[in-house]
Design a protein around this ligand. Structure first.
Ligand code: ZN
Length: 486
């Protein structure tokens, strides 16, 4: 008895000492085990707010899918916990980002019953997984496999299982959940030369119908170029889904990272029909020719355009962000009669490495959550317009980092009003691990250092070994902090 009390006393003292030393210290990040490029706007949502908590997914060690939860009432974090193992991960962890595939990062959502869904791990699959009727698989031993995980229990990130109900060939997973409960999973059905498709579920993701092609890949008429696409799908007004997309002229040999033009169309979920912004019917899968004729909102010529996001106003008119040339965010909206001239949202700072998402409050009042670089400083925060996008004002930055870049996801789903977004460090000198931050209206949602710093001993070892991280594969056109879509 005496010994027990004595022991308990020491345990208490030790806990108090630990709290004094590290536990009481709060840090801005919620985890330090993001890996490579842990998240991107193209893989979305990266998180969802549900019943008082925000659930997040990102790419962690070995490119595996990790999840975290933050309870806004108790201000307590749970996780990160390993949800699923990526078939593309490597051991030991590479220190050259060129060896990290980075395409298998997760998208996640919470269904109507509170179960959590994560889709991750795919970059086209390979022929051992079957025959890809809608595209081109990666080579044997490459391409991973698109995997669908569901939580064992609602609102609980601790236990997961695989549901074998989606195509293994997918990459760039994107969930769109309708008010009526239908769940759409959009993705590219293979490597570059593949259709973009969706699978629809009417039973909370337990089963999915066969893929339906939306954007058609095919050899371009009279040339060696193969028509290919990059696309971002989102919830529209009512029972609709928006598609904004870019053209990729894909050719081997002489492959380039060219992305051109911006296109928009909309699906009426009730019957699966698609229409352009004028309401004219579009047959899917849409071809390059039809897309040029009916859905192109911006002709970039040979200049590079890359995807951003698209959100609708209360009149059902789309507002579109896209990245132009080196990654300068531009904004345009449909007025009901025409697309406005695309405007550079950020007028000062470097015209590269920008990315982000939109909150549309009315046809003329819009806020953009963006990351950008100015004077070597990387910032994340809001820019807002009250005149329909002609002029934008920067609000006080929510987060900044002096060098090394950042990566940003799309806004947390159902949390747009709360303005939550996840960002990660773009790179650090010694390794490919990145601190992860959840940003709210006041900046990072903090966490006790002892909870957030999970892999510090490992990172310390990497530092001692003098490893040098290689931030991006040599020869790639990308700049720091810019997702290299592939
Ligand atoms: Zn290509």
């Amino acid at each position: 008895m005496k010994n027990n009390r004595y022991g308990a006393g020491w345990a208490f003292l030790w806990a108090a000492l630990l709290t004094t030393l590290v536990g009481a210290e709060e840090v801005g990040y919620f985890a330090d085990n993001g890996f490579g490029k842990p998240l991107a706007t193209l893989h979305h949502p990266s998180g969802e707010y549900y019943q008082g908590s925000t659930y997040l997914a990102y790419q962690g060690p070995h490119e595996d899918a990790y999840v975290c939860a933050y309870n806004h009432l108790t201000k307590k974090w749970t996780g990160p916990l390993l949800a699923g193992v990526s078939p593309m991960g490597k051991t030991p962890d590479p220190t050259d980002n060129g060896e990290v595939d980075n395409h298998g990062k997760p998208a996640m959502m919470v269904d109507g019953q509170g179960y959590l869904h994560v889709v991750f791990g795919g970059h086209g699959g390979n022929a051992l997984l079957g025959t890809n009727l809608l595209g081109t698989p990666a080579g044997i031993g490459r391409g991973g496999k698109l995997i669908h995980l569901v939580s064992e229990r609602p609102e609980d990130i601790t236990a997961w299982r695989v549901l074998d109900n989606i195509s293994p060939f997918g990459t760039y997973p994107q969930f769109v959940q309708m008010e009526g409960g239908a769940i759409y999973l959009f993705y590219r059905h293979g490597t570059h030369q593949s259709d973009w498709v969706y699978q629809k579920s009417g039973d909370q993701g337990r089963t999915f119908a066969a893929p339906v092609a939306v954007l058609k890949h095919q050899k371009s008429a009279g040339s060696e170029v193969h028509d290919a696409w990059y696309a971002w799908f989102g919830k529209g007004l009512g029972d609709t889904v928006t598609a904004t997309y870019m053209y990729h002229p894909c050719a081997y040999p002489g492959h380039s990272k060219a992305r051109q033009n911006v296109y928009y169309m909309k699906m009426n979920a009730a019957d699966g029909s698609w229409e352009n912004v004028l309401g004219e019917s579009c047959e899917v899968p849409i071809t390059k020719e039809a897309a040029d004729r009916k859905t192109r909102l911006f002709d970039s010529g040979a200049d590079r355009c890359n995807h951003g996001t698209c959100r609708m106003d209360g009149e059902g008119h789309p507002h579109v962000l896209f990245r132009y040339k080196g990654g300068q965010v531009r904004y345009t909206r449909w007025t009901g009669r025409a697309w406005t001239d695309p405007v550079a949202v950020i007028s000062d700072g470097e015209e590269k490495g920008q990315d982000g998402d939109l909150v549309v409050e009315s046809p003329t009042r819009v806020r953009a959550m963006l990351m950008r670089t100015k004077g070597g400083q990387h910032e994340v925060g809001w820019w807002s317009t009250v005149d329909g996008g002609q002029h934008w004002e920067q609000e006080a930055p929510l987060f900044s980092r002096p060098g090394g870049g950042l990566d940003i996801g799309a806004l947390i789903e159902q949390g747009s009003g709360r303005g939550l977004v996840v960002v990660s460090e773009g790179r650090v000198p010694e390794h490919l691990y990145r601190k992860m931050y959840l940003l709210g209206e006041k900046g990072p949602v903090g966490r006790e250092a002892a909870e957030a710093s999970l892999i510090q001993p490992q990172l310390e070892r990497l530092r001692r070994e003098g490893a040098r991280a290689v931030p991006a594969a040599k020869g790639k056109a990308g700049k720091e902090g810019v997702e290299e879509d592939d």
